[in-house]
Design a protein around this ligand. Sequence first.
Ligand code: CA
Length: 228
Amino acid sequence: MKDQKKILVIEDEEALRVGLEENLKAVGYETLSASDGPTGLKMAIQNKPDLILLDIMLPGLSGYEVCRKLRETGADMYVIMVTARHEEFDKVHGFEMGADDYVTKPFSINELLARIKSKLARGRRPSGKGKIKFADCELDLEKRILLRKGHEITMTRTEFDLLAYLCINEGKALSRDQVMNDVWGTEYFGTQRSIDSFVASLRSKIEKKPAKPEHILTIHGIGYKFAR
Ligand code: CA
């Protein structure tokens, strides 16, 4: 199948890794797997999967490190972090490292499959052409890159989608619910707090003073508004 999506599972618990692969194959995905951080990172770079399921506690390199190093190479596939219940997932840290979403073990396979489907179905939404300029930034909607002072800023797909969505809706007060539905899709299971974490990460990339944002403004009790 030509448009078969490829998913890389990086997980050191063998039973979980094998089970995940079986479930993913059963619904038509091609799978690859690795049981430690360095091998997983190498496979991600070489095989360019569409999505990675990434455990946090891994031999060799943690999931956070794998994600960070992967993003440094410019890789923009979706990354869903898989975290055990006893280890508190640090959302801001995880999203800063470039994760798009996370699930907590034990999770329902149907919920995970729904999240994967919603990520992969997103494609290039929101679509738009041309360039949006503000302050020292230039967002190229066609090439899907952000330049700041002429230098490309590393972003995840989710960060890009969110920033593009905010820019396209310049001047409108957008509720968190609306942003969640439009950017993440109705199958998104994350909380409104996760949007705040993404916004914090975006502000660190585009604002002169992230603590006193001039572009991604918080509208108290509602959500966000973009201003040039
Ligand atoms: Ca583990």
